[in-house]
Design a protein around this ligand. Structure first.
Ligand code: ATP
Length: 206
C-alpha cells in the first residue's frame, strides 16, 4: 500500500488545532492525534500507567486508582525534571503508535496532529508542516474560557512551548485563526486541494 502524504499539524495551545483537524476530518481525511494516543496509552491497565506510578507515586492518582491528569499536569508544569521523565515514558510509545497507524491509512494524505512537533524534534516524521496560528491575546482568551485555568498557568504553558515566531518560521503552510469558523473552513478547503494534488503527484511538493 502507498505511504500517505503526511501533514504535520501543530500550533500553540488553544490556537485551534482540534478545530482545524475536525474540518479536515469532515472532508474525509484521516487524522492521527498525538494527544488522543497519549490519552489511550495511559488508560487503566497500560504499561505506561505502571511506569508513571513507579516514577511519580500515588500522588498523581486519585482514590479509585485512576490517573489524576490535572495533578500530573500541575506537577510536570512546575518541575522540568518531572516533565522530562514523563516525556521519556510517553514520547517513544506515542511515536511508535503513530508509525503503526500511518500503515493503516487509506486516504492519499493524512493529518498528524502533534502539538509538540518542534519540541519533540519530530519534523522529520512529516512531509509538510501546517501551523495553526492566532494572535496571542485571542489564544489566551480562548484557553481561559475553555479550560478554566488561571492566566498565570496559561501564560506559563505558552512560555514552555516553542515561541510563536520560531513556529511560524518553520511552517510550510499557515492557517491564521483570528477569524470566524467559516473563514477557517475556506482556508482548510484550499489546503485540502493543495494536499490532494501533492499526494497524487507522488508526494512531491508542488
Ligand atoms: P490545545 O492545544 O489545548 O489542544 P487546540 O489548539 O486544539 O488546543 P482548539 O481546542 O481547537 O485548540 O480551540 C481552542 C478553543 O477556541 C476551543 O474552545 C475552540 O472552540 C475555540 N475556537 C477555535 N477556533 C475558533 C474560531 N475560529 N472561532 C471561535 N472559537 C474558536
Amino acid at each position: 500500500m502507498a505511504i500517505p502524504y503526511k501533514v504535520g499539524l501543530t500550533g500553540g495551545i488553544g490556537c485551534g488545532k482540534t478545530t482545524v483537524a475536525k474540518l479536515f476530518e469532515k472532508l474525509g481525511i484521516a487524522i492521527i492525534d498525538a494527544d488522543d494516543i497519549s490519552h489511550q496509552l495511559t488508560l487503566p491497565g497500560t504499561p505506561a500507567l505502571d511506569e508513571i506510578k513507579a516514577t511519580f507515586g500515588t500522588e498523581v492518582f486519585d482514590s479509585s486508582n485512576e490517573l489524576n491528569r490535572k495533578a500530573l499536569r500541575d506537577k510536570v508544569f512546575k518541575d522540568r525534571t518531572s516533565r522530562k521523565k514523563l516525556e521519556a515514558i510517553l514520547h517513544p510509545k506515542v511515536f511508535e503508535s503513530i508509525e503503526k497507524k500511518i500503515q493503516d491509512i487509506d486516504t492519499g494524505y493524512c493529518i498528524l496532529s502533534i502539538p509538540l512537533l518542534f519540541e519533540t524534534d519530530s519534523d522529520d516524521l512529516v512531509d509538510t508542516i501546517l501551523v495553526i496560528d492566532c494572535k496571542e491575546e485571542l489564544q489566551l482568551e480562548r484557553i481561559l474560557s475553555r479550560d478554566g485555568i488561571t492566566p498565570v498557568i496559561a501564560t506559563g504553558i505558552i512560555s514552555n512551548q516553542v515561541n510563536r515566531e520560531e513556529r511560524l518560521n518553520k511552517a510550510n503552510e499557515i492557517i491564521t485563526n483570528n477569524c470566524a469558523l467559516e473563514s477557517l473552513e475556506n482556508q482548510v478547503q484550499k489546503l485540502h486541494e493543495i494536499y490532494t494534488k501533492r499526494s497524487l503527484s507522488n508526494n512531491q511538493i508542488l
